[in-house]
Design a protein around this ligand. Structure first.
Ligand code: SF4
Ligand code: SF4
Length: 261
């Protein structure tokens, strides 16, 4: 199993186009996963049946927000209670045949792809993101954005006066408060830089920092600049910087109050 795609409490389908639609809200994402899972349920596990079903499902998908990023109609719920997102064409899910050639890419591409977070995110960070998100929608938005994870954990640690560690997430109140900080990702305008992690490598291969153009707003930088910048709070992304700044402060302070020490 890949280290980040299927975790103990969370799962991710970001690279299969999970969020690539005008409405990336949790309800809309879940509805799309429901529709695809229903469309493939009970079908023969054959390439012909899957290709035809994928083509039918694709016709009902909303247009992608970013046309250059493919949206795979074979991404759905892989467990009966519909808590875990994953590939419905994978042999571990079909019970035998590998049907990934019927999707948006081909089997080799699906098999080989690892998002950049696999190289950057430390296991302890991944564990904290998994336990704080504990779902199939918020997790994928967060785990694919390493600068955001580090900015969030760093901001909480700075305010609390101690580095956040995995053991702190044993505390349910703190876990929920940290989730609220990470859930800023679910409240950004569609197409926001911060929504999809917006990975842009510089010449050295490291990510190019994102920036908020404070000067154009006639104000100085926010004390929460690192987190707001990673969240893509720049008004040019369509977000209300002042509202997000208030939210960031409120959620960070709640985290500090719940910090188990
Ligand atoms: S975006 Fe990364 S973590 Fe998510 S499913 Fe793809 S490879 Fe896995
Ligand atoms: S076939 Fe490939 S792109 Fe489609 S859901 Fe499976 S892994 Fe993702």
């Amino acid at each position: 199993m890949r280290a980040l795609c299927q975790r103990e409490a969370s799962s991710c389908g970001a690279c299969c186009g999970l969020y690539n639609a005008a409405d990336p809200s949790p309800a809309a994402v879940r509805a799309r996963l429901d529709a695809r899972t229903d469309a493939l349920a009970g079908l023969p596990r054959t390439p012909e049946a899957f290709r035809a079903a994928a083509a039918r499902a694709a016709r009902h998908e909303p247009p992608p927000l970013f046309p250059s990023v493919r949206v795979c109609p074979l991404l759905g719920w892989i467990d009966a209670p519909r808590t875990r997102v994953g590939c419905l064409a994978h042999p571990a899910v079909t019970g035998g045949p590998d049907l990934r050639d019927c999707g948006a890419y081909d089997r080799g591409t699906c098999d080989a792809f690892l998002c950049p977070s696999h190289a950057w995110l430390a296991e302890a960070e991944a564990e904290m993101v998994d336990r704080a998100c504990a779902d199939a929608v918020l997790y994928g938005l967060v785990v694919t954005d390493v600068p955001f994870v580090r900015a969030a954990l760093g901001a909480v640690g700075d305010l609390a006066g101690a580095r956040v560690q995995a053991r702190h997430l044993d505390d349910a109140r703190f876990r929920q408060a940290l989730r609220e900080v990470l859930a800023l990702k679910e409240e950004l305008e569609p197409g926001s830089e911060g929504l999809f992690g917006a990975f842009r490598p510089g010449q050295d291969g490291e990510p190019v920092p994102r920036l908020i153009d404070y000067a154009s707003l006639g104000r100085g930088p926010s004390p929460h600049d690192a987190l707001l910048t990673c969240a893509g709070a720049d008004p040019r992304s369509g977000n209300d910087l002042d509202r997000l700044e208030v939210e960031v402060r409120r959620r960070l302070e709640a985290c500090t109050r719940a910090f188990p020490g």
